[in-house]
Design a protein around this ligand. Structure first.
Ligand code: HEC
Ligand code: HEC
Length: 326
């Protein structure tokens, strides 16, 4: 096998273990003069100094084409994958700046954080399963087939924005939303007035979003928004996201109390159901703000009305089996 092809295969398998179908060998050009997508410099890794690579650094070879497709899927999820993302909400609407924003559940470095044990699932899960939790819960959509080219492309993009992060490294904001200093209790009446004054102009008085306002304003409640099983449906998680990032372009201007008030108001509205949610946190330990009952004994915090799920078939990511199945 020619040397450049061997190098291309190594790069592709490092960056996205599932990239490419059998017999679909990527044809990389050159390669020696630019860093591989996931080149690791563990010995000298400094989390504070690390920066995710810019889109302009996406390579121009076949791997680069996959990374670009993955980025496009994150940006235009409902347009590109209407069957899997039926709402008015895309990955980019929560994972801001292509997943690089440390205040918005950063995806940068995620390739080095999985597989990991997820308490909500009560099992060790892969990055593809984690992506599918956001498809099924945050987008209230369907599970993307793990063996699809689209999933490979998303994973290739996540590997690209994780370039140089060693497995096990802790990055600022990594693995979730940064918590605020104090956990307050939101007041929905005060939240309604914050919403009218500071959110409705973009998100609409009915919370349905507005595709005509650039870059496309996502829905905050109703049939086209995130499901009750999404992290954003939790009052503290939403308050944290909102305080750091909203109003769009003017983050960190609300008081923390205003952020909790408006989060409580937004999350009091009806949104799609999330089938199987009662099995979450099977070993207990659900956070206080989870808005639904669990079989392990959590009592719902301010449960919103739920809308029946029309796409219930693909709405659940199966839990990995407990015992060996081979
Ligand atoms: C200037 C328009 C604008 C204003 C005002 C605004 N937003 Fe947003 N909001 C956006 C846009 C645009 C996004 C998606 C950002 C992106 O994709 O880069 C967003 C995303 C969100 C999200 C995450 C995605 C979703 O649909 O759940 C939440 C939650 C949110 N906004 C809540 C609020 C709240 C609460 C306020 C008022 C305090 C507010 N926004 C004010 C434009 C706005
Ligand atoms: C409604 C907001 C929202 C949308 C839309 C969304 N996510 Fe997420 N996602 C989150 C939040 C919040 C977390 C972190 C969980 C927490 O803080 O509890 C997260 C976590 C993740 C993680 C795990 C990151 C890590 O390192 O642990 C991945 C991967 C991910 N999302 C991918 C996606 C993809 C791909 C899409 C689009 C298909 C998407 N998300 C859409 C809110 C969202």
């Amino acid at each position: 096998m020619p040397r450049h092809l061997v190098a291309a295969l190594v790069v592709a398998s490092l960056a996205a273990c599932r990239a490419g179908e059998p017999g679909d060998a990527p044809a990389a050009k050159g390669g020696a003069d630019r860093p591989a997508a996931t080149e690791v410099r563990a010995a000298s890794f400094d989390p504070a100094a690390w920066r995710a690579p810019a889109d302009s650094e996406i390579p121009t070879d076949s791997l680069g084409a996959s990374i670009r497709r993955g980025l496009a899927l994150l940006q235009h999820t409902p347009d590109s994958l209407p069957h899997y993302a039926p709402g008015r909400i895309a990955c980019r609407n929560c994972h801001l700046d292509g997943g690089r924003n440390v205040d918005a559940a950063p995806l940068a470095g995620s390739h080095a954080r999985f597989p990991k044990y997820m308490e909500r699932t009560g099992a060790t899960i892969t990055l593809a399963d984690r992506v599918n939790y956001c498809f099924t819960r945050s987008l209230a959509g369907r599970r993307l087939p793990v063996e699809s080219r689209e999933m490979s492309d998303i994973l290739a993009y996540l590997a690209f924005i994780s370039r140089g992060v060693p497995v096990g490294a802790k990055l600022p904001g990594a693995g979730g939303l940064v918590a605020m200093k104090d956990t307050l209790v939101g007041d929905t009446l005060r939240g309604a007035s914050v919403f009218r004054g500071k959110c409705a102009a973009c998100h609409g008085a009915d919370g349905a979003g507005n595709p005509a306002i650039p870059p496309g304003v996502p829905a905050l409640w109703g049939a086209k928004s995130y499901s009750v099983g999404a992290s954003m449906a939790r009052e503290e998680r939403a308050a944290t996201f909102i305080w750091h990032n909203m109003p769009f372009g003017a983050g960190k201007t609300l008081t923390p109390q205003e952020a909790f008030d408006v989060a409580a108001y937004v999350n009091a509205h009806a949104r799609p159901d999330s089938p199987g949610k009662e099995l979450d946190w099977p070993a207990g330990g659900a956070p206080n703000d989870v808005p639904y009952d669990t079989k392990s004994g959590h009592k719902a915090h301010r449960p919103p009305p739920v809308l029946p799920r029309t796409n219930a078939d693909g709405a659940i990511v199966p839990r990995p089996p407990r015992a060996a199945t081979l």
